[in-house]
Design a protein around this ligand. Structure first.
Ligand code: TYM
Length: 593
């Protein structure tokens, strides 16, 4: 029986990046010594000795938890002594191979006897002073905020002290559970490496009946998670706090906002309203910029149809960044991706690319500093970078990050490398290290996780990100989507169509009757017209008044919808004029070799 592991909410609140990854190995023999494993140990000792310098950065990051309690990071000492010639000890094969995986990857792990674990186990934090029996039988008291594994009232293991007495493996162990404990951010690549090593070592001691079962421990569910965010699908009621935790990004906090304001004078309303809410290393881009060094912007569009007003959101913000920081912008149209993933001919994706380009130009980017390109017209330079990237991403990482499976066509499997390449294009073209900053909605983040992981291996700086949330569409939850005409307002819609869509489809937070609405007021927080205004009405005071009036019942649903219609139509009237002009100027923006 495989136990059910979970992580408590309070643990994730305290350690938002904590991850626990396990493998259950059944039908193994915990013999004292295995000659093949001994041979592998000698190889590992050599590896550690010659790579010891590379471990140092990792150790620095991972020892923070232990140093807080004035303890040393257990693996640091072991790595050091091995690099100085000490041998990896021999206890029993299960203990040895978990220790080897720990050392190789510089991660904390445990191994336990599955038969002693029980049905339900919980990763939790301790309030301190709880009883814990250490593996040698010593009675200890836990320290506040240590991470612990609980089986009912019993604490089996603590992060700080290590394994307890109750679930140790012995010579009788037939089935074992191995677990990686990380209190800091682990990349998907790190996880893949640990898994592969564990698999490799376990295979050496397996019998023909041995089975391995890998899993990642999930957060204890308060309620069923009812949303999905991937590059190809956004569904349900997105919980952005959970996404920050799940994707391992950082919140844009007041300190960062202050820093941005120092350079821009004022803050864009997308920042003030937390529409752009998360980032990866934007602070590093600012460090770079403050030293007088160059960075570039990169964003894109997958031309699956006409542009809708949701797509424009990251582009409006990108223009603001371009104006304020006076930087180049690289803009990719992933027409081939849309051909591969949708039921769509390439010629149609190309047609939509050029339609979408008119919208991109209409946003008002600087023609001297903006470079737009289609994937189907890929340059030799980009092809070169793409292949350099593709060589460094293995299929198991791609599967883990993008959810590819045996039915996925291989064109799409290659696409992450295609979309990653522009991250490095400015450096390649200008022959110096120019980091890119990618403003986009958070659905695109999986690409950047992979691109960041391999940046060092291909010799380019890690791309940084600014993430926004989604403008919702007329469907329930999720986002406005270009491939569902009923869910979206397109940039080419005329005023009548906009009016019809809002009046007919926009979910209202109003009451059933006017009398009730006047008496109890409406709910702007669930009202789609109000939601759209938060994206499109720049005037904070005006928006605040609309919120208050609707909540108090002064403003009726029909009136709120009308305000929304007028705001969108005003925006589109200007946009459409610029879009028309772009038909004559678009070639100035195209990047072709
Ligand atoms: P695509 O065409 O799905 O989306 C284009 C951009 O719009 C964002 N977005 C939204 N933002 C707010 N509200 C919405 N309802 C909404 N829907 C989409 C997306 O996050 C994206 O920023 N494969 C990509 C194209 C691409 C790309 C890039 C995007 C290539 N390189 C670099 C961003 C950055 C795609 O299909 O995007």
């Amino acid at each position: 029986m495989i136990p059910k592991f979970s992580i408590t909410q309070r643990l994730l609140e305290k350690y938002p990046f904590a991850r626990f990854i396990g493998v259950i190995a059944t039908n193994i023999k915990n013999v004292k010594e295995s000659p093949i494993l001994e041979k592998e140990k000698r190889k590992l000792e050599k590896y550690i000795t010659s790579n010891f310098e590379n471990y140092k950065e990792d150790i620095k990051n991972k020892k923070v938890f232990f140093e807080k309690y004035k303890k040393s990071f257990p693996i640091e000492y072991q790595l050091k002594t091995i690099s100085q010639g000490k041998k990896i000890p021999t206890h029993s094969v299960l203990k040895d191979l978990f220790f080897m995986t720990e050392l190789k990857n510089c991660v904390i792990m445990d191994v336990q006897d599955l038969a002693k674990l029980g049905k339900n186990l919980q990763f939790d934090i301790t309030k301190g002073n709880e009883d814990f029996i250490y593996m040698d039988g010593t009675k200890l008291k836990t320290k506040k905020d240590d991470i612990v594994l609980r089986k009912g009232n019993q604490i089996l293991i603590t992060h700080l002290y290590g394994a307890g007495k109750y679930s140790l493996v012995s010579e009788k162990t037939k089935d074992a559970s191995f677990m990686i404990w990380s209190d800091v951010k682990l990349t998907d690549e790190n996880v893949e490496n640990v898994k592969n090593d564990l698999k490799k070592y376990l295979k050496l001691i397996s019998t023909k009946d041995t089975k391995l079962n890998f899993f990642e421990v999930e957060e204890e569910k308060e309620k069923e998670e009812n949303f999905i965010v991937t590059p190809w699908e956004v569904k349900g009621d997105v919980d952005y706090n959970k996404l920050i935790r799940k994707f391992g990004t950082s919140r844009i906090d007041s300190k960062l906002l202050k820093r941005i304001k120092k350079h821009t004078g004022d803050l864009h309303y997308f920042l003030k309203r937390k529409i752009f809410f998360s980032h990866r290393d934007f602070d590093k881009i600012l460090d770079h910029y403050e030293k007088g060094e160059e960075f570039a912007l990169y964003t894109g569009r997958g031309p699956s149809g006409n542009t809708h007003i949701g797509h424009i959101i990251p582009w409006l913000f990108t223009k603001w960044l371009q104006d304020n920081f006076n930087v180049d912008l690289y803009f990719e149209l992933t027409d081939v991706e849309k051909f591969l993933v949708k039921n769509m001919e390439l010629k149609d994706a190309i047609h939509y690319s050029y339609e979408n380009i008119l919208d991109i130009i209409a946003v008002g980017f600087n023609p001297k500093k903006t470079f737009i390109f289609l994937d189907s017209e890929m340059s030799a330079t980009r092809f070169k970078i793409t292949n350099q990237i593709a060589k460094k991403i293995n299929f198991s990482t791609a599967k883990a990050v993008f959810g590819f499976n045996n039915e996925t066509n291989i064109g799409l499997i290659f696409h992450p490398a295609v979309q990653a390449a522009p991250c490095y294009l400015p450096s390649y073209l200008k022959k110096k290290q120019i980091p890119t900053l990618i403003p986009a909605a958070i659905d695109q983040d999986p690409y950047w996780r992979v691109t960041r992981d391999i940046a060092g291996k291909v010799g380019f700086p890690k791309p940084c990100q600014l993430h926004c949330g989604f403008m919702k569409g007329f469907g329930k939850g999720g986002k406005m989507s270009a491939s569902d005409p009923k869910s979206a307002i397109y940039t080419t819609d005329d005023p009548k169509t906009v009016r019809k869509k809002i009046m007919k489809y926009a979910f209202s937070g109003g009451r059933e009757t006017i009398e009730e609405h006047r008496k109890y007021g409406g709910n702007p927080d669930v009202d789609l017209s109000y939601h759209m205004l938060t994206f499109l009405e720049p005037d904070d005071k005006k928006l605040k008044k609309i919120y208050g009036d609707y909540k108090s019942g002064k403003l009726l649903s029909g009136e709120l919808k009308q305000i929304c219609v007028d705001t969108i139509n005003e925006f589109l009237a200007e946009h459409q004029k610029r879009r028309e002009k772009a038909k004559k100027t678009f070639h100035k923006y195209m990047l072709r070799e």
